[in-house]
Structure formats: structure tokens, C-alpha cells
Design a protein around this ligand. Structure first.
Ligand code: TXA
Ligand code: MG
Length: 353
């Protein structure tokens, strides 16, 4: 599957109509087109077209048991996909759509290609908050299946250059609307019984969900290092977001203990002849001896960490780093999603001091 990947550069706020019409025509024609959302770049295709959806899986090298999120631009598109949502679901949509929230609902049979749902009876639906994504989906007239536009296992893309680095020649086109905003994927939720379960932490925090749903318990996923069992969002079981080097995530009681442990690991790696890297925060950037130090946002402003995380992980690859020591952040608010991604990037290599 090799094609010339067409690139349309557009303004994020006021994308050119012509570019969107061309890109939307490719989507309607059953081709794959990447586009920016407010979370990360997505790789889109008509969710009703099995051949088009198969091309997404092929381009990404994605396991076929991992279902795709379906993106819509208007609530009226819900009708074709799911039964009329219940009151509590509508409250969520009112509070967070358009925005970084994916809601898993029972899917109408025959509404989508079975590849999208990977054989499940449910579909994850999201209305993205990015003007380019909304305009492109609306212009296509299709429900758009769109996973993150990275090769499977790699960090999700937050720029068009990331997408092209992974997928150039494997997809029909990309709408380049500049940097994604949040930098981490949407929060995936599902109602079960009387509770709302967070299947994947993301751009909408548990606190924001609780505020929108008073009286409804919001259940957060157990930290993976404590509960390695039975992930409910199928995608959560795969090694993900991983840089090519070996990454160790260090967490602990105090900054001093954590930094000392990271430095020991770095010194050992250097003694083995590895090029070493550190993933830390602006506040702590001067505390380490290593070949390459990436201050990823500010610890006291976790939205800046989320925004820069995936680009930081890709930087280590570009710098040819073989060993990375990553510093944990507090697990509050957006920190839950950041730590979820860091644990996965570390492939379970977590040290607690
Ligand atoms: O922010 C986002 O959500 C981005 C942008 C492009 O919208 N998309 C994204 O898609 O992150 P993807 O495919 O990389 O991740 C989808 C996640 C996976 O963990 C998948 O298992 C879960 O959502 N998921 C999708 N459909 C599901 C379903 N029916 N039930 C449970 N989990 C589901
Ligand atoms: Mg992904």
C-alpha cells in the first residue's frame, strides 16, 4: 500500500473551504485522511465502509481486536448510529461535546462496518472540538472512524510532521492544521449499572465528570501497576506510546529520592555505554547529568505537560537515546492521564522509591 500522501496546509481557526472539500471527497471515496483534533491527530475513514476502515488498520499496523472511535460533527448524526441516549448520557454530551470525551454506547446493528467495533456491540462516539475536524467531518457527510494517526505502538501524533514521519506513503492525505491542543487523547467512558466508568483517562478529568454528573459514581481505572488485569477498553492492553529506547518511570515519596534513583539508573546506563535521556519538568531540568534532558512542561501546570508529552517522547528517538529515565508527576487531574501514558511508554518498567 504505497500512495503519494497529499498535504493540505490550513489555518486552524479558518480552514480553506477548497482544501476541506478535496479532503472530504477523498473520505467519501473510501480513502484515509489524517486531520487535527483538539487532542491528537486522527487517521479518518468512512466508518460505514469496510475497505476504508481496513486501510486504517493496515496503515497503522493496528491489531484488529482494538475498536476505533467514531467521530461526528453534529448531534443529528447520533440517530443513525445509536438508540436515543438516556438522560445521564445527554448531560455528558451537553457538558463536554464538542470536546475530548468519547462515550461508549450500544451500536445500532448494521450502522457501521463491523471492523470499527472489532465485533463489540458498542461503539465509542466523540464530537471533537477542533474547527478543522468539525468542518471536515461535516463536509464529508460520513461518520468518521479515526484512531490516533500514528503507527501502532508509537507515541500519538500532535503535529502533521509526526503523522508524516509514521504514515507518509501509507495514507491518501493529511490536513495540516498546526499543533493539536490538549496533547493527550480523549477520555473514554461507559455507563454500567448506576455508575460511569472511565475506561481510558484523557483530556476530561475525573473531577470534571463528577461535577457534570452529581449523584452518579465515577469510577476511575486502577493504576496499571497495581491492577494488571482485564482492561475494559481493548486498546489499553497494548504497549503504547513507546519511544525506541528503554524507558524507566520513577515515582516516590519525595523529589530527592526520585531524582537520586533516576541518576543511579542513568549512571548505570551510561556505564553500559548507552546514550542517556531524562524526561522531567521545567522545575527540575537542572538536576540531572545525562546526554539529553527534556523538560516537558511545568509540573505545577499539568496541561503544559500533557501538551508536550508525545513530542518529548519522539524527541528521544530523534536524539538516538537508548535509555530514558522518566520522572512521575502527581496523579491528580490531568496527571491521571499523563501517568497512564508514561506507564505504558515505560512498558511496565516502574521503580517506586
Ligand atoms: O482523542 C482521541 O480519542 C483520538 C482522536 C483522534 O480522536 N483517538 C484515539 O483513538 O485515541 P485510538 O483508536 O487511538 O484509541 C481508541 C481507544 C482505544 O483504547 C479503544 O480500545 C477504545 O478507545 N475503544 C474504542 N471503542 C471502544 C468500545 N466500543 N468499547 C471500549 N473501548 C473502546
Ligand atoms: Mg492511539
Amino acid at each position: 500500500m504505497t500512495t503519494e500522501t497529499k498535504v493540505w496546509k490550513v489555518s486552524a481557526e479558518a480552514p480553506s473551504r477548497e482544501a476541506l472539500i478535496e479532503a472530504a471527497a477523498l473520505l467519501r471515496d473510501g480513502q484515509t485522511v489524517a486531520f487535527p483534533t483538539e487532542t491528537v491527530y486522527g487517521l479518518g475513514a468512512d466508518a460505514r465502509n469496510t475497505e476504508a476502515v481496513a486501510d486504517i488498520f493496515a496503515a497503522k499496523g493496528r491489531p484488529s481486536d482494538n475498536p476505533l472511535i467514531v467521530h461526528i460533527a453534529d448531534r443529528s448524526q447520533l440517530e443513525e448510529l445509536v438508540a436515543p441516549p438516556e438522560e445521564a448520557v445527554l448531560r455528558l454530551l451537553d457538558a463536554f461535546w464538542p470536546g475530548p470525551l468519547t462515550v461508549v454506547l450500544p451500536v445500532k446493528s448494521g450502522a457501521l462496518s463491523p471492523l470499527v467495533t472489532a465485533g463489540l456491540s458498542t461503539v465509542g462516539l466523540r464530537m471533537p472540538g477542533h474547527p478543522v475536524a468539525l468542518a471536515l467531518i461535516a463536509a464529508s457527510g460520513c461518520p468518521i472512524a479515526a484512531p490516533s494517526a500514528n503507527r501502532s505502538g508509537r507515541p500519538s501524533p500532535t503535529t502533521a510532521a509526526h503523522v508524516l514521519g509514521d504514515l507518509a506513503g501509507r495514507i491518501a492525505g493529511i490536513v495540516d492544521g498546526g499543533e493539536a491542543g490538549v496533547g493527550l487523547e480523549s477520555t473514554v467512558v461507559e455507563f454500567a449499572g448506576d455508575a460511569l466508568y472511565i475506561l481510558r483517562p484523557g483530556g476530561v478529568t475525573a473531577g470534571q465528570l463528577r461535577e457534570a454528573l452529581p449523584g452518579i459514581p465515577v469510577i476511575e481505572p486502577q493504576a496499571e501497576h497495581r491492577e494488571p488485569d482485564a482492561p475494559r477498553a481493548p486498546g489499553m492492553k497494548y504497549a503504547h506510546y513507546a519511544p525506541r529506547g528503554t524507558m524507566v518511570l520513577v515515582q516516590g515519596e519525595s523529589d530527592e529520592l526520585v531524582h537520586a534513583c533516576m541518576q543511579r539508573e542513568l549512571d548505570e546506563a551510561r556505564a553500559r555505554g548507552e546514550r542517556t535521556g531524562v524526561l522531567t519538568y521545567a522545575e527540575h531540568a537542572d538536576r540531572f547529568r545525562a546526554d539529553y534532558v527534556v523538560p516537558c512542561g511545568r509540573m505545577d501546570a499539568l496541561e503544559t505537560v500533557a501538551h508536550g508529552l508525545y513530542a518529548a517522547l519522539r524527541e528521544f528517538d530523534e536524539a538516538g537515546i537508548g535509555f530514558i529515565a522518566a520522572e512521575a508527576c502527581p496523579e491528580e487531574g490531568l496527571g491521571a492521564a499523563i501517568m497512564n501514558r508514561l506507564r505504558k511508554a515505560a512498558g511496565g518498567r516502574i521503580l517506586t522509591v
